[in-house]
Ligand binder design. Structure first.
Ligand code: GRF
Length: 197
């Protein structure tokens, strides 16, 4: 059974989808730790409600120590807004997944996070948007892409509406699928490219 840690900074709806998917055995894994860089993140409450260890950790050495103590195999960044250290990335190479609310390489990189992504996309007048699950590398949003999916957002009347369409219809689905594929041993990385078996 793959031991999973989920990092959150906000409401944690992506986390909730993963909690439910593990409970339903859709994902052959166990969430053993939820970490946030914000004490008040509602995601921590969701973890406590599911009897999962929930900790606010801002120190990198303590974070690495806790992940080791919990024997974590896979880290999932689900709306985590702090930058992950190079030390953690090298310790967990191709074992840290991130969900980004755009079709990388559009609207990604430094400054493109959360609602800001949709503000830029809405401003640009895009008709199609989506999300991307990728492994984390030292380049922000630059790691090997695992899954992407697009959706028509031409009906969105605001960045907030666009965010909701992408979050509920795309993010919640592809993050769950990507973690399932990882836990089933179906994800291979060769030359910085993901192959799904
Ligand atoms: C998601 O849109 C995620 O892509 C972005 O922040 C949002 C977090 O949503 N980084 P939630 O906390 O999982 O509800």
């Amino acid at each position: 059974m793959v031991r999973i840690a989920v990092f959150v900074s906000g409401g944690g709806t992506n986390l909730q989808v993963l909690i439910d998917a593990c409970k339903e055995k859709y994902i052959n894994g166990e969430i053993v730790l939820v970490v946030s860089n914000r004490k008040k993140a509602y995601g921590l409450e969701r973890a406590k409600n599911a009897n999962i260890k929930a900790e606010c950790i801002k120190d990198d050495e303590l974070l690495i120590k806790r992940l080791g103590e919990e024997k974590v195999d896979l880290i999932v960044l689900a709306g985590y807004l702090a930058i992950v250290s190079d030390k953690l990335i090298s310790l967990y190479e191709n074992r840290i997944m991130n969900i980004h609310p755009s079709l990388i390489p559009s609207f990604c990189g430094p400054g493109f996070y959360g609602l800001h992504v949709h503000e830029h996309a809405f401003e640009r007048g895009v008709k199609v948007a989506g999300a991307t699950v990728h492994f984390v590398s030292s380049v922000v949003d630059g790691g090997p892409i695992i899954l992407q999916r697009a959706i028509d957002v031409s009906s969105a009347k605001s960045p907030e509406e666009m965010q909701e369409i992408v979050l509920v219809n795309i993010e919640h689905k592809i993050l769950k699928e990507a973690v399932k594929l990882y836990c089933d041993g179906k994800i291979k990385v060769e030359n910085e490219r993901v192959r799904i078996e």
